[in-house]
Design a protein around this ligand. Structure first.
Ligand SMILES: [Mn+2]
Length: 475
């Protein structure tokens, strides 16, 4: 049948409106070079403010062996990417606060044989033309340039998260071993620049928020596919595959973190990621999974019944977690301490556990003693961005109240309370055993208050049940 006639047929039958909509995809999504240049300009301003002779040195993520002669898939260091947009390994970026042309990229030497295996390397021309470097050099010559620049500087701001050998090399150039370091350190100092980068990354720019929303949207589609496909699955692995296949097909090249897909008792293991156990009838499934798009990741958790219907115990715990989550989300407005949401959520969970008979005693006293902790286990928020637990200090900054940082527009954080009752938990009636519930959404702080970026993914029990029941029951 020709395509036109098929769509005509669908239209005449009134079916076109019911055809599944294909969500947009984000294959190859990346922020524009102007974004990275803007970040470099702001970093340059900060290092110039430190005084003359300041040089920033940024290290890329080292290659990571996996097994045998195989490597883990390469993913650039978040800080390095934020300031360069460059995804190539074994690169170094320099920003010289004194120079009129401050940005130097040092990139890998050409290797025709390796390049036949791994693809072309960017080279010095690519570094200048595509990545905006003022000048570029290839190793090994680049190493002499780097050493000279470090030794000429009076202050080196090092932004190096994971490349320990590189850090030691730079340290040795600054304070040569066996030399008169006491004397040397008067001339040259080292500043750890990681907090500088973290503070910049904490407030998201509009372009970053758009990319983060792409990651959230793709992750929502993955969650919907997993929920709809649970009743026709027999193993956690199949549900994980529905999520992961969906986000990959939408352009999520990497997951933001290993998917957690745990049914029944496995839902009580916070970082469970084997995802290989059979789905037992009557159990709840907890899925904490998200994709990264263009170096920004979502972080979303939903919990649903594998058979499509919550039992009374599952329902009671779920409703409690949902209530706690909504209360904490409402407190993600500007000017709030990020921990206010935690306190509100814990109060609701603690009182609710008493109401359900899971904690026994006087509410005020139990809350004060944190008797809920064996059930709640973890905090409810963390920053979100390029890293799932994004960089940025939670405390000790000017203007903070009670030692905590106050929320500002442009910050993004998760809100994810949970309750966990593993098999064998002492002092708890057996009917509650093997239930783990967590709900997690991604919240943008705006001047008008909290904005839930993952709102579209249902949380209310009736909606969740309807979604899961949409599929045919499994045999
Ligand atoms: Mn999280």
């Amino acid at each position: 049948m020709r395509l036109e006639s098929l769509s005509a047929l669908l239209l005449s039958a009134g079916l076109a409106a019911q055809a599944p909509t294909i969500p947009p995809s984000w294959h190859g999504a990346a922020l524009p070079q102007a974004f990275f240049a803007g970040n470099r300009a702001r970093l340059l301003e900060k290092i110039r403010a430190m005084g003359p002779g300041t040089l920033a040195v940024l290290a890329s993520m080292p290659l990571q062996p996996r097994n045998g002669d195989g490597l883990h898939a390469y993913r650039q260091d978040s800080d390095f990417y934020y300031f360069t947009g460059l995804e190539e390994a074994e690169s170094v970026a320099l920003l010289d606060g004194d120079a009129a042309k401050p940005f130097t990229l040092l990139v890998r030497a050409g290797d025709p044989r390796r390049e036949r295996y791994d693809g072309a390397r960017i080279g010095t021309a690519g570094a200048v033309q595509r990545f905006g470097a003022d000048q570029a050099e290839r190793f090994p010559a680049g190493e002499a340039t780097l050493k000279a620049a470090v030794q000429k500087a009076t202050r080196v701001v090092l932004i190096c998260n994971f490349d320990d050998p590189f850090r030691l090399k730079v340290l040795d150039w600054i304070y040569p071993l066996g030399a008169d370091n006491n004397h040397g350190s008067f001339r040259r100092s080292l500043v750890d620049g990681r907090n500088l980068a973290a503070e910049m990354r904490l407030i998201k720019q509009p372009a970053e928020l758009a990319m983060l929303q792409n990651a959230v949207d793709a992750s929502i589609e993955g969650h919907l596919a997993a929920m709809r496909g649970t009743r026709t699955s027999t193993n956690e692995g199949q549900v994980a595959a529905l999520f992961e296949g969906t986000v990959r097909s939408l352009g999520g090249r990497f997951l933001g973190y290993d998917s957690i897909v745990g049914a029944g008792n496995q839902a009580c293991t916070l970082h469970y990621s084997r995802n290989d156990q059979p789905l037992k009838a009557g159990s709840l499934l907890l899925m904490d999974a998200a994709t990264e798009v263009g170096y920004y990741t979502a972080d979303i958790t939903r919990t649903w019944p594998v058979g499509g219907t919550f039992s009374p115990e599952q329902r009671a715990l779920y409703e409690l977690v949902l209530k706690a989550q909504n209360a904490a989300i409402a407190l993600c407005g500007p000017g709030r301490a990020h921990r206010e949401g935690y306190a509100a959520a814990m109060r609701i969970l603690s009182d609710g556990l008493v109401d359900l008979g899971l904690l026994k005693g006087e509410k005020e006293e139990l809350f004060r003693k944190e008797a809920h902790l064996p059930f709640t286990l973890h905090g409810v928020s963390h920053w979100l961005g390029m890293d799932v637990h994004d960089s940025g200090d939670y405390r000790r900054v000017p203007g903070s109240k009670g030692g905590d940082r106050l929320l500002e527009p442009g910050m993004v954080l998760t809100v994810e309370p949970g309750l966990y009752i593993p098999e064998g938990m002492e002092g708890v009636d057996l009917r509650w055993h093997g239930i783990g519930v967590r709900l997690e959404d991604d919240i943008l702080v705006t001047a008008e208050g909290p904005k839930n970026l993952s709102e579209r993914l249902p949380r209310r029990i009736e909606e969740v049940e309807r979604l899961v029941q949409g599929a045919k029951p499994r045999r």
